[in-house]
Design a protein around this ligand. Structure first.
Ligand code: COA
Length: 260
């Protein structure tokens, strides 16, 4: 994998990988370079090996938003291009075939919360602070926040957070479904690794199908979503992992999944 200026990438056991956004002097704020690196890294990921991806930030922030100093100088055309790059980034993360987990270790504001929302699961450290403060800058969330937040926590709470720009504590966020669990700062990484390893131990093709069907279903009618589920359920029948998983259960042993 290429060298990146603002990203660190490492493999843990069992196909679990970790991507750390590393621009700590600016609380990991997303400028064009960071976004371009993210798109490049995500696009190049070897998903044959990958079972789950953890995304986190270096230092005291997850990501404190899009880069305000850079945005201040942009023309409307440049802002549109920047918005499109942000969307390419979030869409690339959302479309990864494996589950993604945001380990929100500190500030996740604006583009940082939008990045977390493009992941499948959000875990929060005790000191995390989340929100969409853009209206306080005279703009709106531009990397998916006006769309993904409502789809995640419901439109009523989403409107509150977008209109007020309020920053929530981890406890407040988890109480409205913006995060699965609040974990001690020191324990966040172990907890998230544990969840990722649990996911990685399951049938990879099944997990990927489940993700696709659920993601597509969220934007479909119920009957369209059900049609997708029926097809995916049947598609799994001829996989090695389906026969192995069922045989292993009946033999009372752990399954040896191959991802095929
Ligand atoms: N864009 C660019 N730079 C940012 C940034 C952002 N979104 N968020 C933080 N930074 C920079 C600060 O400018 C500062 O840089 P400096 O040391 O060169 O002055 C550095 O990161 C540290 O931030 P600072 O504000 O000094 O830390 P703090 O602990 O006092 O406050 C925050 C932390 C997150 C509350 C505050 O930085 C903040 O409100 N950031 C902007 C959040 C936001 O509006 N995000 C949405 C953008 S669309």
């Amino acid at each position: 994998m290429d060298d990146f200026d603002y990203l660190e990438f490492e493999w843990h056991d069992d196909g679990v990988a970790q991507l750390t956004i590393s621009r700590p002097d600016a609380l990991n704020a997303l400028n064009k370079d960071v976004l371009s690196e993210l798109v490049a890294l995500i696009t190049d990921l070897d998903s044959d090996e990958l079972r789950a991806l953890i995304i986190t930030g270096e230092g005291r922030a997850f990501v404190a938003g899009a880069d305000i100093a850079a945005m201040k100088e942009m023309t409307a055309e440049e802002a549109e291009e920047f918005g499109r790059l942000g969307h390419r980034t979030m869409n690339a993360i959302e479309s990864l075939p494996v589950p993604t987990i945001a380990a929100v270790n500190g500030f996740a504001l604006g583009g940082g919360l939008e990045l977390a929302l493009s992941c499948d699961l959000i875990y929060l450290s005790e000191s995390a602070k989340v929100g969409l403060p853009e209206v306080g800058l005279g703009i709106i969330p531009g990397f998916g926040g006006t769309q993904r937040l409502g789809r995640t926590i419901g439109w009523h709470q989403a409107r509150r957070l977008v209109f007020t720009g309020e920053q929530l504590s981890a406890e407040e966020a988890a109480a409205i479904g913006l995060g699965i669990e609040v974990v001690d700062d020191d324990a966040l990484f172990d907890r998230v690794l544990d969840v990722a390893s649990t996911i990685a131990a399951n049938g990879p093709v099944a997990v990927a199908k489940a993700k696709t069907v659920m993601r597509k279903g969220a934007d479909a009618t119920l009957q369209e979503g059900i049609a997708g589920e029926i097809q995916a359920f049947a598609d799994l029948w001829d996989t090695h992992d389906r026969s192995e998983g069922m045989e292993a259960f009946l033999d009372r042993r752990s399954a040896d999944f191959q991802g095929s």
